[in-house]
Design a binder for this molecule. Structure first.
Ligand code: UDP
Length: 239
């Protein structure tokens, strides 16, 4: 189609779990390749894409292998897990013909370059995909909050929260066949209906900055492209 994308610059939040596919742990090759193909499609449209990647497929500061650990130490481990995912994602992007740059919120310079805002903006202007690793660089936060933070910092028009379900529903669509998808919602409606779209810190930051969030499915083929084309896909949360 000849239509132009609706967005110039987006921040895509991918959870670590999205990289697992049907595996119980780690990174599933076919899954990461499929996901990167979806990203390549929007990158080719000229949309500037920044990604915040999670780490839950490898380590979380609040569950699993971290039980009984000092919370801050466990959170640093979780942040390092996101660096591993970022490396895998950038590698898959490069193989797909994109140019990816990983920037870490934690100094780990032999592995990836540090996050420097003007440099990230320069890469985006050049059409490179920037993968933000190590979350916010602080324990007690999440990569959802990193997505809100980096999204605000780089002036993204939209935070795209990738999930397995294609939007926010009135009830769990897997349990309740009468559940319907919200096409859009205000931040206040999402809060009053207790819809738990992102964690409270991330959500508050987006709301304060009037940075809209779109929840969509990363496993639904073509959904990411439909979102950047401004079509009715997923659920928009707006101020
Ligand atoms: N984490 C952190 N600070 C951040 C981002 C992440 O301490 O700013 C840690 C935290 O332990 C978290 C883990 O990294 O559990 C993995 O991130 P997250 O749970 O957000 O990943 P996702 O659920 O998106 O895979």
């Amino acid at each position: 189609s000849l239509a132009a994308p609706a967005h110039k610059r987006i921040l895509l939040k991918l959870s670590g779990e999205a990289l697992m596919g049907d595996d119980a742990f780690g990174i599933n090759r076919a899954t990461i390749v499929r996901m990167v193909e979806e990203i390549a499609e929007v990158n080719q449209l000229g949309v500037q894409v920044a990604v915040v990647i999670g780490g839950g497929n490898i380590f979380r500061g609040v569950a699993g292998g971290s039980v009984g650990m000092d919370r801050a130490t466990a959170d640093y481990m979780g942040m390092l897990a996101t660096v591993m995912n970022a490396l895998a994602l950038a590698d898959a992007m490069d193989k797909q013909g994109m140019t990816a740059r990983v920037m870490s919120a934690i100094a780990i310079e032999q592995v990836v370059e540090p996050y420097v805002r003007p440099k990230a903006l320069q890469y985006l202007e050049e059409g490179k995909v920037v993968v933000f690793a190590a979350g916010t660089g602080n324990p007690f936060f999440t990569t959802d909050t990193a997505a809100a933070l980096r999204g605000a910092e780089i002036g993204a028009e939209l935070v795209l929260k990738a999930t397995k379900v294609d939007g926010v529903y009135t009830a769990d669509p897997n349990k309740d066949p009468s559940a319907t998808r919200y096409a859009k919602l205000t931040f206040d409606e999402a809060i009053s209906r207790n819809l738990g779209i992102m964690d409270a810190t991330a959500f508050a930051l987006c709301r304060d900055q009037k940075l809209p969030i779109r929840v969509f499915s990363i496993v639904k083929h073509g959904a990411l492209k439909r979102v950047v084309m401004g079509e009715d896909e997923g659920t928009l949360v707006y101020a």
